[in-house]
Design a protein around this ligand. Structure first.
Ligand code: IPM
Ligand code: MG
Length: 350
Protein backbone atom coordinates (compact mmCIF):
# COMPACT_ATOMS: atom_id res chain seq x y z
CA UNK A 1 0.00 0.00 0.00
CA UNK A 2 1.23 3.49 -0.80
CA UNK A 3 0.07 6.42 1.34
CA UNK A 4 1.00 10.08 1.69
CA UNK A 5 1.38 11.31 5.24
CA UNK A 6 1.75 14.98 6.17
CA UNK A 7 4.09 15.17 9.17
CA UNK A 8 3.75 18.30 11.29
CA UNK A 9 6.22 18.08 14.20
CA UNK A 10 5.43 21.54 15.64
CA UNK A 11 7.66 22.64 18.51
CA UNK A 12 8.85 21.82 22.02
CA UNK A 13 9.00 18.05 22.38
CA UNK A 14 6.92 17.69 19.17
CA UNK A 15 9.89 16.95 16.84
CA UNK A 16 11.40 14.37 19.25
CA UNK A 17 8.24 12.36 19.75
CA UNK A 18 7.36 12.58 16.05
CA UNK A 19 10.80 11.20 15.17
CA UNK A 20 10.01 8.06 17.20
CA UNK A 21 6.63 7.59 15.50
CA UNK A 22 8.34 8.00 12.12
CA UNK A 23 10.89 5.31 13.08
CA UNK A 24 8.00 3.03 13.92
CA UNK A 25 6.25 3.75 10.61
CA UNK A 26 9.50 2.99 8.75
CA UNK A 27 9.66 -0.35 10.56
CA UNK A 28 6.06 -1.07 9.49
CA UNK A 29 6.95 -0.25 5.86
CA UNK A 30 9.80 -2.74 5.87
CA UNK A 31 8.01 -5.49 7.72
CA UNK A 32 4.73 -5.34 5.82
CA UNK A 33 5.92 -4.03 2.44
CA UNK A 34 4.14 -0.66 2.42
CA UNK A 35 5.35 2.67 1.18
CA UNK A 36 4.68 5.81 3.19
CA UNK A 37 5.58 9.12 1.58
CA UNK A 38 6.25 11.44 4.51
CA UNK A 39 6.36 15.19 3.91
CA UNK A 40 7.02 17.68 6.69
CA UNK A 41 5.12 20.93 7.14
CA UNK A 42 5.25 23.91 9.48
CA UNK A 43 2.68 24.74 12.15
CA UNK A 44 2.66 26.75 15.39
CA UNK A 45 5.45 29.02 16.63
CA UNK A 46 7.96 27.64 14.11
CA UNK A 47 5.51 28.57 11.34
CA UNK A 48 4.99 32.06 12.81
CA UNK A 49 8.76 32.57 12.87
CA UNK A 50 9.14 31.41 9.28
CA UNK A 51 6.02 32.90 7.66
CA UNK A 52 4.12 35.05 10.17
CA UNK A 53 1.21 32.59 10.01
CA UNK A 54 0.74 29.71 12.52
CA UNK A 55 -1.00 27.56 9.84
CA UNK A 56 0.45 28.67 6.48
CA UNK A 57 -1.22 28.00 3.17
CA UNK A 58 1.59 25.59 2.15
CA UNK A 59 0.77 23.46 5.20
CA UNK A 60 -2.95 23.49 4.40
CA UNK A 61 -2.14 22.45 0.80
CA UNK A 62 0.15 19.69 2.06
CA UNK A 63 -2.61 18.38 4.36
CA UNK A 64 -5.16 18.52 1.56
CA UNK A 65 -2.93 16.50 -0.74
CA UNK A 66 -2.19 13.82 1.90
CA UNK A 67 -4.03 10.69 3.04
CA UNK A 68 -3.51 11.40 6.75
CA UNK A 69 -1.75 13.85 9.06
CA UNK A 70 0.62 13.06 11.90
CA UNK A 71 0.99 15.95 14.28
CA UNK A 72 3.33 16.57 17.24
CA UNK A 73 2.64 19.52 19.52
CA UNK A 74 2.53 23.29 19.49
CA UNK A 75 2.89 26.01 22.11
CA UNK A 76 5.87 28.17 22.94
CA UNK A 77 6.73 29.99 26.19
CA UNK A 78 7.37 33.27 24.42
CA UNK A 79 3.64 33.38 23.60
CA UNK A 80 2.43 31.88 26.89
CA UNK A 81 3.99 34.77 28.72
CA UNK A 82 2.18 37.18 26.44
CA UNK A 83 -1.54 36.36 26.28
CA UNK A 84 -2.01 39.61 24.31
CA UNK A 85 0.19 38.41 21.45
CA UNK A 86 -1.52 39.12 18.13
CA UNK A 87 -0.77 35.71 16.66
CA UNK A 88 -0.42 32.64 18.86
CA UNK A 89 0.71 29.10 17.97
CA UNK A 90 -2.62 27.70 19.22
CA UNK A 91 -4.41 29.63 16.47
CA UNK A 92 -2.60 27.36 14.01
CA UNK A 93 -4.12 24.28 15.60
CA UNK A 94 -7.60 25.79 15.70
CA UNK A 95 -7.30 27.01 12.09
CA UNK A 96 -6.23 23.54 11.01
CA UNK A 97 -9.19 21.92 12.80
CA UNK A 98 -11.61 24.39 11.21
CA UNK A 99 -10.16 24.45 7.71
CA UNK A 100 -9.89 20.66 7.49
CA UNK A 101 -13.30 20.24 9.15
CA UNK A 102 -11.91 17.93 11.84
CA UNK A 103 -15.10 17.70 13.84
CA UNK A 104 -14.54 14.65 16.03
CA UNK A 105 -11.69 14.17 18.42
CA UNK A 106 -11.39 10.56 19.52
CA UNK A 107 -9.41 10.04 22.72
CA UNK A 108 -9.18 6.46 23.99
CA UNK A 109 -8.29 6.08 27.67
CA UNK A 110 -6.84 2.72 28.56
CA UNK A 111 -4.75 1.57 31.50
CA UNK A 112 -1.86 -0.84 31.19
CA UNK A 113 -1.51 -3.44 33.93
CA UNK A 114 2.15 -2.66 34.50
CA UNK A 115 1.45 1.04 34.90
CA UNK A 116 -1.26 0.88 37.54
CA UNK A 117 1.33 2.06 40.06
CA UNK A 118 2.13 5.13 37.92
CA UNK A 119 -1.31 6.66 38.49
CA UNK A 120 -1.84 8.83 41.57
CA UNK A 121 -5.23 7.10 41.92
CA UNK A 122 -5.63 3.84 43.83
CA UNK A 123 -4.84 0.70 41.85
CA UNK A 124 -8.30 -0.81 42.32
CA UNK A 125 -9.82 2.31 40.70
CA UNK A 126 -7.57 2.43 37.63
CA UNK A 127 -7.36 -1.30 36.96
CA UNK A 128 -8.65 -2.38 33.53
CA UNK A 129 -9.97 1.03 32.51
CA UNK A 130 -10.97 1.20 28.86
CA UNK A 131 -13.22 3.97 27.61
CA UNK A 132 -13.18 6.49 24.79
CA UNK A 133 -14.03 10.17 24.73
CA UNK A 134 -15.62 11.66 21.63
CA UNK A 135 -15.07 15.38 21.84
CA UNK A 136 -16.67 17.74 19.31
CA UNK A 137 -13.74 19.68 17.89
CA UNK A 138 -14.74 22.27 15.34
CA UNK A 139 -17.46 24.31 17.01
CA UNK A 140 -18.74 25.49 20.39
CA UNK A 141 -17.14 28.22 22.45
CA UNK A 142 -13.76 27.72 20.74
CA UNK A 143 -15.13 29.14 17.49
CA UNK A 144 -18.46 30.89 18.28
CA UNK A 145 -18.98 34.45 17.10
CA UNK A 146 -19.32 37.15 18.25
CA UNK A 147 -16.50 37.35 20.72
CA UNK A 148 -14.77 40.40 22.05
CA UNK A 149 -12.70 42.00 24.71
CA UNK A 150 -12.30 45.52 25.97
CA UNK A 151 -10.54 46.79 29.04
CA UNK A 152 -13.69 46.36 31.15
CA UNK A 153 -15.53 43.45 29.59
CA UNK A 154 -15.00 40.34 27.51
CA UNK A 155 -17.32 37.75 26.03
CA UNK A 156 -17.33 34.49 24.06
CA UNK A 157 -20.17 32.73 22.30
CA UNK A 158 -21.01 29.05 22.59
CA UNK A 159 -23.04 28.02 19.57
CA UNK A 160 -24.00 24.61 18.18
CA UNK A 161 -26.18 23.57 15.29
CA UNK A 162 -28.28 20.42 15.15
CA UNK A 163 -26.16 19.20 12.24
CA UNK A 164 -22.90 19.62 14.16
CA UNK A 165 -24.28 17.68 17.10
CA UNK A 166 -25.75 14.95 14.96
CA UNK A 167 -22.62 14.05 13.03
CA UNK A 168 -20.53 13.41 16.13
CA UNK A 169 -23.44 11.63 17.79
CA UNK A 170 -23.54 9.17 14.88
CA UNK A 171 -19.85 8.47 15.38
CA UNK A 172 -20.23 8.01 19.14
CA UNK A 173 -22.99 5.44 18.61
CA UNK A 174 -20.87 3.63 16.02
CA UNK A 175 -18.08 3.38 18.58
CA UNK A 176 -20.47 2.20 21.29
CA UNK A 177 -21.81 -0.52 18.99
CA UNK A 178 -18.36 -2.06 18.71
CA UNK A 179 -17.79 -1.70 22.47
CA UNK A 180 -19.92 -2.03 25.61
CA UNK A 181 -22.94 -0.33 24.02
CA UNK A 182 -23.20 2.61 26.37
CA UNK A 183 -23.00 6.32 25.55
CA UNK A 184 -22.71 8.93 28.28
CA UNK A 185 -23.62 12.41 27.03
CA UNK A 186 -21.79 14.94 29.21
CA UNK A 187 -23.28 18.43 29.30
CA UNK A 188 -24.57 21.25 31.49
CA UNK A 189 -28.19 21.08 30.44
CA UNK A 190 -29.38 22.51 33.76
CA UNK A 191 -27.81 25.84 32.73
CA UNK A 192 -26.81 26.03 29.04
CA UNK A 193 -29.09 26.29 26.00
CA UNK A 194 -26.50 24.56 23.81
CA UNK A 195 -26.50 21.60 26.21
CA UNK A 196 -30.29 21.42 25.99
CA UNK A 197 -30.05 21.16 22.20
CA UNK A 198 -27.40 18.44 22.56
CA UNK A 199 -29.80 16.48 24.79
CA UNK A 200 -32.66 16.81 22.33
CA UNK A 201 -30.63 15.76 19.31
CA UNK A 202 -28.85 12.88 21.03
CA UNK A 203 -32.04 11.53 22.68
CA UNK A 204 -33.84 11.62 19.34
CA UNK A 205 -30.99 9.76 17.63
CA UNK A 206 -30.88 7.20 20.45
CA UNK A 207 -34.52 6.27 19.80
CA UNK A 208 -33.53 4.63 16.52
CA UNK A 209 -30.67 2.76 18.24
CA UNK A 210 -32.33 0.81 21.04
CA UNK A 211 -29.33 -1.53 21.37
CA UNK A 212 -27.29 1.35 22.82
CA UNK A 213 -27.90 2.63 26.35
CA UNK A 214 -27.88 6.41 26.50
CA UNK A 215 -27.12 8.11 29.78
CA UNK A 216 -26.79 11.84 30.44
CA UNK A 217 -24.51 13.38 33.04
CA UNK A 218 -23.73 16.95 34.05
CA UNK A 219 -20.12 17.85 33.48
CA UNK A 220 -19.40 18.65 37.12
CA UNK A 221 -20.67 15.26 38.15
CA UNK A 222 -18.77 13.56 35.30
CA UNK A 223 -15.53 15.24 36.44
CA UNK A 224 -16.03 13.63 39.84
CA UNK A 225 -17.06 10.24 38.49
CA UNK A 226 -13.99 10.05 36.24
CA UNK A 227 -11.79 9.99 39.32
CA UNK A 228 -14.05 8.02 41.68
CA UNK A 229 -15.23 5.34 39.29
CA UNK A 230 -13.79 5.59 35.76
CA UNK A 231 -14.87 2.00 35.04
CA UNK A 232 -18.41 3.41 34.80
CA UNK A 233 -17.70 4.79 31.32
CA UNK A 234 -17.69 3.24 27.86
CA UNK A 235 -18.19 6.07 25.33
CA UNK A 236 -18.27 9.67 26.55
CA UNK A 237 -19.83 12.08 24.07
CA UNK A 238 -19.32 15.76 24.74
CA UNK A 239 -18.84 19.25 23.36
CA UNK A 240 -15.55 20.98 22.66
CA UNK A 241 -14.59 22.71 25.92
CA UNK A 242 -15.89 20.02 28.28
CA UNK A 243 -14.04 17.41 26.22
CA UNK A 244 -10.81 19.39 26.43
CA UNK A 245 -10.98 19.55 30.20
CA UNK A 246 -12.19 16.00 30.83
CA UNK A 247 -9.55 14.37 28.62
CA UNK A 248 -6.70 16.04 30.49
CA UNK A 249 -8.33 14.84 33.68
CA UNK A 250 -8.73 11.35 32.25
CA UNK A 251 -5.03 11.14 31.44
CA UNK A 252 -4.33 11.05 35.17
CA UNK A 253 -6.04 7.67 35.29
CA UNK A 254 -3.45 6.19 32.91
CA UNK A 255 -0.57 7.57 34.94
CA UNK A 256 0.77 10.03 32.40
CA UNK A 257 -0.34 12.52 29.79
CA UNK A 258 2.45 10.95 27.75
CA UNK A 259 0.39 7.80 27.15
CA UNK A 260 -2.73 9.16 25.44
CA UNK A 261 -3.06 9.13 21.64
CA UNK A 262 -5.85 10.75 19.70
CA UNK A 263 -7.45 10.94 16.30
CA UNK A 264 -9.29 13.94 14.91
CA UNK A 265 -11.49 12.84 12.10
CA UNK A 266 -13.30 14.95 9.58
CA UNK A 267 -15.44 14.58 6.55
CA UNK A 268 -12.37 13.96 4.36
CA UNK A 269 -9.05 13.57 6.18
CA UNK A 270 -7.97 12.65 9.70
CA UNK A 271 -5.22 13.90 11.94
CA UNK A 272 -3.39 11.91 14.61
CA UNK A 273 -1.66 13.47 17.59
CA UNK A 274 -0.69 12.85 21.19
CA UNK A 275 -3.02 14.69 23.57
CA UNK A 276 -0.11 16.25 25.45
CA UNK A 277 1.30 19.66 24.62
CA UNK A 278 4.74 20.89 23.63
CA UNK A 279 6.24 20.66 27.17
CA UNK A 280 8.94 23.28 26.44
CA UNK A 281 10.86 22.52 29.66
CA UNK A 282 11.73 19.07 28.30
CA UNK A 283 12.38 20.10 24.69
CA UNK A 284 15.62 18.80 23.20
CA UNK A 285 16.44 16.71 26.27
CA UNK A 286 15.45 13.35 24.78
CA UNK A 287 13.34 12.56 27.85
CA UNK A 288 9.75 12.97 26.62
CA UNK A 289 7.50 9.94 26.46
CA UNK A 290 6.99 9.10 22.76
CA UNK A 291 4.33 6.42 23.36
CA UNK A 292 1.30 8.70 22.90
CA UNK A 293 2.63 9.71 19.47
CA UNK A 294 3.58 6.16 18.51
CA UNK A 295 0.10 4.99 19.56
CA UNK A 296 -1.37 7.83 17.48
CA UNK A 297 0.50 6.46 14.45
CA UNK A 298 -1.07 3.07 15.22
CA UNK A 299 -4.51 4.70 15.26
CA UNK A 300 -3.72 6.22 11.86
CA UNK A 301 -2.85 2.85 10.33
CA UNK A 302 -6.11 1.37 11.55
CA UNK A 303 -8.60 4.21 11.12
CA UNK A 304 -7.31 5.93 7.98
CA UNK A 305 -5.69 3.03 6.11
CA UNK A 306 -7.54 -0.02 7.48
CA UNK A 307 -4.21 -1.68 8.37
CA UNK A 308 -5.41 -3.53 11.46
CA UNK A 309 -2.61 -6.09 11.74
CA UNK A 310 0.04 -3.39 11.33
CA UNK A 311 -1.67 -1.23 13.92
CA UNK A 312 -1.90 -4.11 16.37
CA UNK A 313 1.78 -4.86 15.93
CA UNK A 314 2.59 -1.34 17.16
CA UNK A 315 0.19 -1.64 20.09
CA UNK A 316 1.81 -4.93 21.02
CA UNK A 317 5.33 -3.48 20.77
CA UNK A 318 4.27 -0.64 23.08
CA UNK A 319 2.97 -3.17 25.61
CA UNK A 320 6.29 -5.02 25.40
CA UNK A 321 8.24 -1.81 25.97
CA UNK A 322 6.20 -1.13 29.11
CA UNK A 323 6.48 -4.72 30.31
CA UNK A 324 10.25 -4.80 29.81
CA UNK A 325 10.66 -1.47 31.55
CA UNK A 326 11.84 0.40 28.46
CA UNK A 327 10.07 3.46 29.76
CA UNK A 328 10.65 7.15 30.13
CA UNK A 329 10.75 8.82 33.53
CA UNK A 330 7.10 9.93 33.63
CA UNK A 331 6.02 6.28 33.80
CA UNK A 332 8.65 5.12 36.23
CA UNK A 333 11.55 4.25 33.91
CA UNK A 334 14.90 5.74 33.00
CA UNK A 335 15.01 5.24 29.21
CA UNK A 336 15.35 8.13 26.81
CA UNK A 337 12.72 9.13 24.28
CA UNK A 338 14.83 7.80 21.40
CA UNK A 339 15.64 4.55 23.24
CA UNK A 340 11.90 3.87 23.63
CA UNK A 341 11.41 4.65 19.93
CA UNK A 342 14.30 2.36 18.92
CA UNK A 343 12.89 -0.46 21.03
CA UNK A 344 9.35 -0.17 19.68
CA UNK A 345 10.61 0.05 16.08
CA UNK A 346 12.84 -3.00 16.60
CA UNK A 347 9.96 -5.02 18.10
CA UNK A 348 7.72 -4.05 15.18
CA UNK A 349 10.41 -5.08 12.70
CA UNK A 350 11.12 -8.44 14.36
C1 IPM B 1 -5.94 20.07 23.10
C2 IPM B 1 -5.27 21.36 23.50
C3 IPM B 1 -5.80 22.48 22.62
C4 IPM B 1 -7.29 22.60 22.88
C5 IPM B 1 -5.10 23.85 22.82
C6 IPM B 1 -3.60 23.75 22.58
C7 IPM B 1 -5.70 24.94 21.99
O1 IPM B 1 -5.43 21.63 24.85
O2 IPM B 1 -5.79 19.65 21.94
O3 IPM B 1 -6.61 19.48 23.95
O4 IPM B 1 -7.71 23.29 23.82
O5 IPM B 1 -8.05 21.98 22.14
MG1 MG C 1 -6.43 20.09 25.89
Amino acid sequence: MEKRIAVLPGEGIGPEVIAQAVKTLRAIEKKFGHHFILTEGLIGAVAIDATGNPFPKETLDLCNSSDAILFGAIGHPKYDNDPQAKVRPEQGLLAMRKQLDLFANIRPVKTYKQLSGASPLKENIVKGIDFVVLRELSSGIYFGEPRGKSHEEAFDTCRYTRKEILRITELAFTYAKARKKKVTLVDKANVLATSQLWREVVAEYAKSHPDITLETMYVDSAAMKLILNPAHFDVILTENLFGDILTDEASVITGSLGMLPSASTGSRISLYEPIHGSFPEAAGKDQANPLATILSAAMMLELSFGLVEESNSINKAVEEAIENNIRTEDIGGSSSCSAVGDYVAARVAS
